[in-house]
Design a binder for this molecule. Structure first.
Ligand code: HEC
Length: 186
């Protein structure tokens, strides 16, 4: 028999004189349940599967990088090798350096930095010094009488620090680079 709206149905059992309703769950209640399930699937996909949404940890890391970038950018000291190594582990500096390298340097040093017309920049053999501050000066001032022009005026200090960060990022960490660097003479 069809049930009338709002008609109350009771379950057959009685405990201590208490009877139990046997009603449909209200539609608004079911709606919140199904909406929560649908939301959880979308949430799970967005944050954990799609790589589109960022988790809190990713957002925090991105924010820390941003803060470090601002700090490093405002305290550039081109004689401070420590600072260059910090830049080398900062993705913003390294990415910017990569872009500048692709625009200005690949034609001679190669996209893999292994050289060609210019020197190999990842074999850790250096004609003009392996310290970051040396590399900075080689790029800034160039090498007279060779194809390596002075880039200082054209690119400016910030961009050259980024280029150094990019080159260093191919050399592992400071200790291993410094202990294995050799001088190249030719
Ligand atoms: C026209 C070709 C050319 C371009 C473009 C060029 N270089 Fe060079 N680079 C050279 C040559 C040639 C040398 C070697 C100079 C020498 O014989 O001392 C060199 C040397 C270097 C060195 C020193 C390597 C060492 O062993 O000490 C660094 C660092 C360097 N280049 C970085 C760069 C960067 C960064 C750029 C882009 C902004 C760049 N170069 C663009 C030709 C080039």
């Amino acid at each position: 028999m069809a049930k009338k709206k709002n008609e109350i149905t009771l379950r057959p059992h009685v405990y201590d004189g208490i009877q139990e309703y046997d009603q449909h769950l209200p539609n608004w209640w079911l709606f919140t349940l199904y909406a929560a399930i649908a939301f959880s699937v979308v949430y799970w996909f967005f944050y954990f599967q799609s790589n589109v949404g960022q988790s809190d940890v990713q957002r925090l890391e991105a924010e820390l990088v941003r803060i470090e970038t601002v700090k490093l950018s405002s305290s550039i000291d081109v004689s401070n090798n420590d600072l260059f190594w910090q830049m080398a582990s900062n993705p913003d500096f390294v990415d910017a350096g990569k872009q500048a390298f692709q625009t200005n340097c690949v034609q001679c040093h190669g996209a893999d930095l292994k050289g060609g017309i210019g020197e190999n920049l990842i074999d850790n053999q250096w004609k003009h010094g392996h310290y970051p501050a040396d590399i900075y000066h080689t790029i800034y001032d160039g090498v007279k009488g060779t194809g390596m022009q002075a880039w200082g005026n054209q690119l400016g200090q910030k961009s050259i620090t980024e280029l150094v960060a990019y080159i260093l990022s191919h050399h592992g960490d400071r200790a291993s680079m410094e202990s294995q660097a050799t001088v190249k003479t030719d």
